[in-house]
Design a protein. Structure first.
Length: 133
């Protein structure tokens, strides 16, 4: 059974950036979320080709993993920003729109609880959209 290799995706202000804590030195960027996912998978393959056996966990070297992309709060807000306004996110999460903007810009980092509120807010908005049909 394959293990999850968690890849953290952040918004850097111009691009999405991806890295996995367990794979030091392997990073990728992309203008879109799908682009950065593709770029990271490719970068990881290239990284593994040149890695020594003892550099990484055995399960990664054997390819017994599945990539699990986890977006930071800023990356989530940026990704859904074309679909959902900050005002709508603010109403759904109870977090001030200006604060949400700080998360996108990387000026502030939300605590885990704030990230949970953002994810829950996105789920609320998605449910409202689904119910509207």
């Amino acid at each position: 059974m394959n293990k999850k290799l968690t890849v953290i995706v952040e918004w850097t202000g111009d691009n999405f950036g991806a890295s996995a804590p367990e794979v030091t030195g392997c990073v990728a960027t992309g203008k879109t979320l799908s682009e950065v996912k593709e770029a990271y998978a490719s970068a990881l393959d290239f990284h593994l080709e040149g890695a020594d056996e003892d550099e990484l966990p055995e399960w990664i070297m054997r390819g017994e993993y599945v990539l699990d992309f986890e977006l930071t709060a800023g990356a989530l807000l940026k990704y859904y920003g074309d679909v959902v306004t900050l005002s709508a996110m603010s109403r759904a999460t109870g977090i001030n729109a200006r604060q949400l903007s700080h998360y996108i810009d990387g000026n502030r980092t939300p605590r885990a609880r704030q990230r949970e509120r953002i994810v829950a807010g996105l789920h609320t908005i998605a449910k409202q959209l689904a119910d509207a049909r």
